[in-house]
Ligand binder design. Structure first.
Ligand SMILES: Cc1cc2nc3c(=O)[nH]c(=O)nc-3n(C[C@H](O)[C@H](O)[C@H](O)COP(=O)(O)OP(=O)(O)OC[C@H]3O[C@@H](n4cnc5c(N)ncnc54)[C@H](O)[C@@H]3O)c2cc1C
Length: 494
């Protein structure tokens, strides 16, 4: 069955649940529905036909009525109130027993092992090789793995922990408190996470054995090469790299940049996106192929920096040239023309992990802000006694709680109606989570004075990394366009 079909079914199930549960909807909710409807003056798409044909009062249309297609009721409500009422019905963000148990162990490990090792991590490069995985990471990885805190991100139970997005979200938030170290310690760091998901979902058993297995064991690292210096890569249709079939091989020519992780000597495999058929439909032109790092013609041109940080412990970000690079035709992922689809899938779960971690980063910044504010005295009183600082602290708490709920809602929708059904919520948190974390970090830096922008506290580097999230997962503007399209859909004349 196609992914489309599955999502459609899941959405229909939610619609059914709404209908079945209609008797428990609060009377207040029904009144609100009726009142707003009466007030509504703007004609909306399809509303005339709904009014003229629907035999039931609008408030009753939210119940399943065999005489009236339930999609009409759903689209009516979606136009008025955004998402389906059914898709937020029954939502319960309480942690289940497994999540609670993992949270407890993760928090304990963070306090006893990860946070105390941050200084060593920052100072202790890769034991000679600036770009290599620092020894402290390897040591902590072994310990985390022995405790079963390993590959928690991977929803496929045969490869990873098999957690839902809603179960993983609070765990990723905890890792976010130490974003440069913790995700890698638990083998939950990008870009390996997204690449492992791609291999788990689309790789052949041979590809999985060769590349997924060592990635799951953290024996190697990987890179995802999509963005190119010469074209606006937020629009993947612009990608120019060519992947030409030649007998039983593909030949790659082009240039990529921002290939995160490619500077690390442990990086052994590159997932590369390029054009296999320039004449195909714009969304079927691209394919993805697996390119072993040591293939002749692959050349790391230079490392890039982010506001001056080279992100070395993370494997850096590289510009990579591909000159007549030959790989076996069997290295294609899923098949020719599937590159865009894989990229879309990869942008789902793998990328909301950043949002989950952003909440943890914001919490860490708020904690540091509060500690500093109560311990620093200026003009005869603690900085925390300044009204403006209290305002920042209160605002920070409010914004973090809002963003966390939005992240949990997106995770829950991904679990219940699928990535496609949760597209607008995913887009929303990709904008909101870094925005909130950046806001809190900025105030925390201000409260710290000069220390805030120094290397003595993690705030400056965290602020730099949060700023990049407004771009790295696709620019904010592109995510907002997705949300605006959904909002406008009900108003655009057919
Ligand atoms: C730290 C970091 C890590 C990264 N890691 C990777 C990686 O591992 N692999 C990889 O392939 N790439 C990676 N990237 C690249 C990242 O995905 C791209 O930078 C991003 O998709 C934007 O593409 P671009 O830089 O070509 O910007 P462009 O496409 O040139 O866009 C420039 C600007 O145009 C505007 N714009 C674009 N589209 C719209 C629109 N629809 N509406 C309004 N305004 C718009 C936005 O303001 C946007 O910022 C990374 C980037 C960073 C900063």
């Amino acid at each position: 069955m196609s992914a489309r079909g599955r999502v459609g079914e899941a959405a229909a199930e939610v619609g059914e649940a709404t209908a079945r549960g209609s008797s428990t909807r609060s009377p207040a909710g029904r009144d609100r529905c009726r009142t707003q409807e009466t007030r509504s003056e703007k004609p909306v798409r399809g509303s005339a036909s709904v009014n003229s044909q629907c035999p039931t009062p609008r408030t009753a249309r939210l119940t399943k009525n065999p005489a009236w297609p339930c999609h009409a009721a759903r689209s009516h409500h979606r136009r008025r109130y955004g998402r389906l009422p059914g898709s937020v019905r029954g939502v319960d963000f309480a942690f289940d027993a497994r999540t609670e148990e993992l949270r407890g162990r993760l928090l304990e490990f963070m306090d006893s092992h990860v946070l105390p090792a941050e200084t060593e991590h920052v100072a202790g490069a890769g034991g000679g090789d600036h770009w290599a995985r620092p020894p402290v990471v390897k040591r902590l990885q072994a310990e985390a793995r022995s405790r079963g805190l390993w590959n928690l991100f991977l929803p496929h139970p045969e490869h990873g922990a098999g957690l839902t997005n809603l179960q993983y979200a609070p765990l990723a938030e905890i890792m976010g408190r130490s974003p440069a170290l913790a995700p890698e310690v638990f083998n939950c760091a990008a870009p390996d996470t997204g690449n492992m998901e791609v291999l788990a979902q689309f790789g052949t058993s041979e590809q999985q054995e060769t590349w997924l297995r060592p990635l799951l064991d953290a024996e190697i690292r990987s890179t995802f090469c999509m963005t190119e210096p010469d074209v606006a890569s937020s629009d993947a249709r612009n990608i120019r790299m060519t992947i030409r079939r030649d007998g039983q091989e593909y030949v790659l020519d082009g240039r990529k940049w921002w290939s995160t992780g490619a500077m690390a000597p442990e990086c052994k495999i590159l997932i590369v996106m390029g054009v296999t058929d320039p004449d195909a439909d714009p969304y079927r032109r691209q394919s993805m192929v697996l390119v072993p790092r040591d293939t002749p013609g692959v050349r790391v041109v230079r490392p890039l920096t982010v506001f001056g940080y080279d992100d070395a412990p993370h494997g850096g970000h590289a510009e990579v040239a591909f000159d007549a690079v030959r790989v076996p035709a069997s290295n294609v992922l899923l098949g020719e023309g599937e590159g865009f689809r894989i990229a879309q899938e990869r942008l789902g779960p793998g990328r909301i992990h950043h949002c989950m971690r952003s909440i943890g980063i914001a919490e860490r910044a708020l904690e540091l802000m509060c500690r500093r504010a109560v311990s620093r005295v200026a003009f005869g009183k603690a900085v925390a006694q300044q009204g403006v600082v209290q305002d920042w602290i209160a605002e920070a708490r409010i914004r973090i709680e809002q963003a966390r709920l939005l992240v949990l809602k997106a995770a829950w929708l991904m679990d219940t109606v699928g990535n496609k059904g949760a597209r607008a919520e995913i887009a929303a948190i990709k904008v909101a989570a870094p925005e909130v974390a950046s806001w809190v970090l900025d105030r925390a830096i201000q409260v710290h004075g000069g220390a805030g922008v120094s290397g003595d506290f993690p705030l400056a580097q965290l602020a730099a990394s949060m700023r990049t999230l407004h771009l790295a997962d696709g620019p904010d503007e592109v995510h907002k366009a997705t949300i605006a399209r959904r909002e406008l859909a009900g108003y655009v004349p057919r």
